[in-house]
Design a protein around this ligand. Structure first.
Ligand code: FNR
Length: 421
């Protein structure tokens, strides 16, 4: 952090605000209406998004004085690998909505900040392209569980070959949540061919598309309404509008068929814990489940072979009215904490939030929307600055609270505060 302070003393003003509120305000102003709705919006009335923030307010750090804190170490060990800090990037799809260099910029920013990247199934570039950008930097792969097991296996094999060291399977999105801001704009990014680069790069998906082209469904689906004047008329138009971008590789596929096939294959609603056993038996990589809120589910996940759980409510984008994610953390830690790796996300906006989650038993935390805001404002450099800011602020918070390692950030460092009225 001394480098960041020194720059300030020398009169450099950062292009991307360090203040979390200003970062968000500036970024959403810079975004298109549709990107703002998609990134900044949540499910329903936004109650769970607010609950995520309110949960942090119920805890306060109690700094300790007069401890020698010159030597500080924020590294953590996860699955036998030493990571430089307890931060990872949340998997976040459709980054092309906020920046033309999308996940490739995220990869460079995360690499330069020393923060491992979790690559999304809904990324705007393929795992292979992102891995090339990352070089030997740590990455994990986030899986949306397709209704087609062959596609699931293909995604996992590709992640293994691309050097990912863990699989994160997201359990909370068997359907997209009731995203009112997107709905009000009549907008579904995926239906516009965005965020499907992982699919169009996949050999199994390409086979499925070819099958569809060869055998079009006898019963045509419900006809779509005529596009409004000025709306993008087809994916072919979109490909021409954004040459060289994600949608470009749709040219080799029948565009409409690709998107329809994607919508059919995207998710699966009949999953049970037995399926998780199948998945964990199919890869030697550790499998973490993302979206856990109930201690019983954490227990069942461990029983089915999960190597870790991510306590998350998808940033309040799935079940509106659901419990704030930090409120759900202690019970999960109490149940499975000693036996499995527990990660946390949803609502982290600054390092003090991360400190609280670590104190309540998380082994590491994932940063979500803040890096998207950094991406929107400054591409790779913006992502780097946001992530470096988290690391620098955590280092300061540790020093000023009298702790020198992540292991020392325990429940003893917190007190419960009265909730806001
Ligand atoms: C997400 N999230 C998400 N999760 C996932 O497993 N795969 C994905 O592709 C996405 N895509 C995505 C897009 C956008 C725009 C957002 C905001 C979120 C959820 C994400 O990984 C994480 O759980 C939340 O972002 C955490 O909440 P906060 O901290 O961002 O509020």
């Amino acid at each position: 952090q001394s480098r960041i302070y020194r720059r300030g003393v020398l009169g450099h003003r950062p292009g991307v605000p360090f203040s979390p509120d200003r970062l968000r305000e500036k970024a959403v102003r810079a975004m298109s209406t549709t990107a703002r709705a998609y990134v900044d919006g949540g499910a329903g009335n936004g109650d769970t998004m607010r609950a995520n923030r309110a949960a942090f307010d119920r805890w306060r750090i109690v700094p300790r004085m007069m401890r020698d804190t010159r030597e500080r170490d924020q590294s953590v060990e996860l699955f036998g690998r030493r990571l430089p800090s307890p931060f990872l990037t949340c998997p976040i799809g459709v980054a092309e909505m906020v920046h033309g260099e999308h996940d490739l910029a995220v990869a460079r920013g995360a690499r330069d900040a020393g923060v491992p990247m979790i690559v999304s199934t809904q990324a705007s570039a393929s795992t292979e392209q992102i891995a090339a950008e990352l070089g030997d930097h740590e990455r994990w792969y986030q899986l949306y569980w397709s209704s087609d097991d062959a596609l699931v296996e293909s995604f996992v094999r590709r992640a293994e070959r691309a050097g990912c060291s863990a699989i994160v399977v997201t359990l909370d999105t068997t359907l997209l949540g009731w995203r009112t801001q997107d709905l009000d704009l009549g907008y579904l990014p995926f239906a516009r061919g965005m965020g499907i680069a992982q699919y169009t790069a996949d050999p199994v998906f390409r086979e499925r598309v070819a099958e569809r082209v060869a055998n079009p469904p006898a019963e045509p689906g419900e006809p779509l309404p005529r596009p409004r004047p000025g709306a993008v008329r087809s994916l072919a138009t979109l490909s021409r509008t954004y040459p060289g971008r994600t949608v470009d590789n749709l040219r080799s596929l029948e565009p409409r068929v690709a998107v329809e096939t994607f919508l059919d294959l995207f998710s699966r609603q009949d999953l049970t814990w037995e399926n998780l056993q199948w998945l964990t038996s199919r890869t030697s990589l550790p499998v973490l489940v993302k979206g856990i809120q109930h201690p019983d589910d954490a227990e069942l996940a461990v029983g089915a072979g999960a190597a870790g759980v991510i306590v998350s409510n998808h940033g309040g984008r799935q079940v509106d009215g659901a419990v704030g994610s930090l409120d759900a953390l202690p019970a999960v830690v109490e149940r499975v904490g000693g036996r499995t790796t527990v990660l946390f996300d949803s609502g982290i906006r600054c390092a003090a939030d991360a400190f609280k989650a670590l104190a309540l038993g998380a082994d590491a935390v994932c940063i979500g929307r803040p890096w998207v805001y950094g991406l929107a404002l400054g591409g790779a450099e913006g992502v780097r600055q946001v992530l470096e800011g988290f690391r620098a602020e955590l280092d300061l918070t540790m020093a000023l609270s009298g702790v020198t390692s992540i292991g020392e950030i325990t429940a003893e460092t917190l007190v419960r505060a009265d909730p806001r009225p």
